[in-house]
Design a protein around this ligand. Sequence first.
Ligand SMILES: C[S@@+](CC[C@H](N)C(=O)[O-])C[C@H]1O[C@@H](n2cnc3c(N)ncnc32)[C@H](O)[C@@H]1O
Length: 190
Amino acid sequence: MQNPRQVATVLPSSAQLMNCIANRQCIREARTVIELGPGAGGTSSALLDQMPHCSRLLSIEKTEVFGEALSEITDSRFAYQIGDALQLKSIARQHGIRKCDVVVSGIPFSAIDPKVAKQITRQVYDILDNTGVFLAYQLRDDVTKHAHPLFGNPRKQTVSRNLPPLRVYSWTKVEQGENKGWQRRFDSVA
Ligand SMILES: C[S@@+](CC[C@H](N)C(=O)[O-])C[C@H]1O[C@@H](n2cnc3c(N)ncnc32)[C@H](O)[C@@H]1O
């Protein structure tokens, strides 16, 4: 309530939204996932529920007050850092992570300065392994502009059973092909 532009919602994500974000193959097979904007950690717990035993989740949250709730997640695969997604690569390095399989982002890209948003999506791109997946759940589609042209066009899913209804965008990073273009592959939801 004190920082509506940064937090972007007054309610945590619904069970349906969390299921749409976490219940997918790329999460079930991930070794390393980075989450941007975990808030009070509901989405982090949903991700941990699906992730393999030998995996790790690093969540980066800008709003300090959420630190208390995040510190209550006792899963040994989980670490969090109070910080800005703009420091993604350096925060990940502090945690010994140079590459990851999935980046999940709930940060409100439509409320972020476009230049900063572009820098964040660039870092997401750099830190993802080839075939890594970028997932962003958003109210508006600004993230698609910021992710372009690095990531190409996303797959979009609308989750209407959430207040407000949100879209989940997903991109898969694919190794540069012979035509020097970045190809796009869709993440499997099943
Ligand atoms: C829409 S809320 C999502 C909260 C939670 N993941 C959920 O789904 O219920 C967005 C979160 O992103 C955080 N945030 C906003 N800008 C950020 C940034 N630049 N870096 C890290 N976190 C940020 C906010 O503080 C907030 O917790």
